[in-house]
Design a protein around this ligand. Sequence first.
Ligand code: DON
Length: 555
Amino acid sequence: MRNLLQPLVLLLWIFSATALAGPRQAAIASAHPLATQAGFEILDQGGNAFDAAVAVSAVLAVVEPFGSGLGGGGFWLLKRVSDGKEILLDGRETAPWAASSTMYLDEQGNPIPQLSLDGAKAAAIPGLPAALAHLAKRYGRLSLAQTLAPAIHHAESGFETGERYRLAAKSREKALQASPAAAEIFLDHGQTPGPGFHLLQKDLAQTLRRLARQGHAGFYRGPFASNLVAQVRKAGGIWTQRDLERYRVLEREPLRGEYQGIRIVSAPPPSSGGVVLAEALNILSAYDLEHDDPVTAKHLIIEAERRAYRDRDLYLGDPAFVEMPIRRLTSPDYAAGLRVAIRPDRALPSENLSDVGNPSSQGDHTTHFSIIDRQGNQVAATLSINQRFGSGFVAAGSGVLLNDEMDDFAVSPGKPNAYGLVGGDANRIEPGKRMLSSMSPTFLETEDRIAILGTPGGSRIISMVLLAILDFAQNHDPQSWVSTGRFHHQYLPDVVEYEPGGLSPEEIKGLEKLGHKLKETSYRYGDMQAVLWEKQGDTVGAASDPRGEGAASVR
Ligand code: DON
């Protein structure tokens, strides 16, 4: 008997070892070469993907200060290979306790221009520092002193900014000028710096050091926190010390869906990403997009988006505050019902065309990175301070640019926000609530392939990830997912936006004939970062969006 058992045990051991074995190489794709490099340095020091994620997040906060940072928040989708645990780390900002649904409205109930976008009153309580401390403590192997070292170095020694920085600063010059501490750091004698500006962030380096030494408490408690609160209040904000003390990151079950045998794992509320993706993909699952003519395929994608984004506006918000029919919205039966009303030969106008918004430019603020390490641990993270340079406000001495994420709430129900999104009651401002997001860090999994992806882009994030998933489903590689031409419909405004080259002249004509209104954006949008591991053959690939200045490598 013993003789029989031994080979069996051996076989089982070999099987479980191969099942657990990770890829031969690690891969990182991020929006900045210095961040990708920092991630690899941490892996080389014996860190895992979660340690690398701390390093990459922190370096992005320094080298892309217009996109994300300690004054903002984000979502980190994690998969830990040792126990198969998949988790969404929710470091989304929260509304201060003194917030109210009328805080950005005048006496007539109209939104006061820019109040939810510029200056200290636009800032919600940051989640990113808490999330980094949590990631390091619960999932990492290295200390925060090690993983924050590259960010501290770049903040302390400075680095040369590029054209993206210049354009971002130019677009937010006024907001930055309004905050003396922000102007001092991010402008050059009060003006947008020219090319080759050397950006030094000594105060931010100190703040990162404090976080490295004290963890969570180094940001949310003590004299640092009191200074933040005092200065925010002096500048018209409503934070209290209690708001910072109360802030917690949350671990959530990811939102899971399925499309043509692909397992989709993405962000649950308070992000709308996973729900909208699942609903749109369920609608599309009955069609043969690959073999349909391109106009029909795109028409169907647009019609699916229209319906899924409508449900975003109607139902979604922070789960701690609103009951949401998630199970119904993501069920195949619900999608089948919606599909009945989709005509292959005609666009159906969105309801309520009177509230048409005018989405502003999106794409080079907020940031995403994707990582797989050699054990097979995975991270997809999308991080944000909302608009470029967030609120533009820096509390002197902190070096931290505060977010303007409050604008992601339905600031004035029925009126579009900065992304043209029209939110409802589910996303109204309430004390301590998390504002609805579109950030969609995503894993895709088939028996052979594992993909990790995401992008910035405001409300267009979800449609970009959707197009990438459809491209993955057609067996294309990461370079194709990040490069594919982009078009987008979000229910309201009732317009198909497309980037230059995103639709062919024939597709434009064909879609117009079906009754769609089309609008070309003045720029190509998105900055997708993607990683792929093909188990058979053990090949790893990574790609950075050609529209950005990111770096993807495999080592
Ligand atoms: O959470 C959200 O949906 C937004 N704050 C994301 C903003 C964004 O992606 C800006 N884009 N480039």
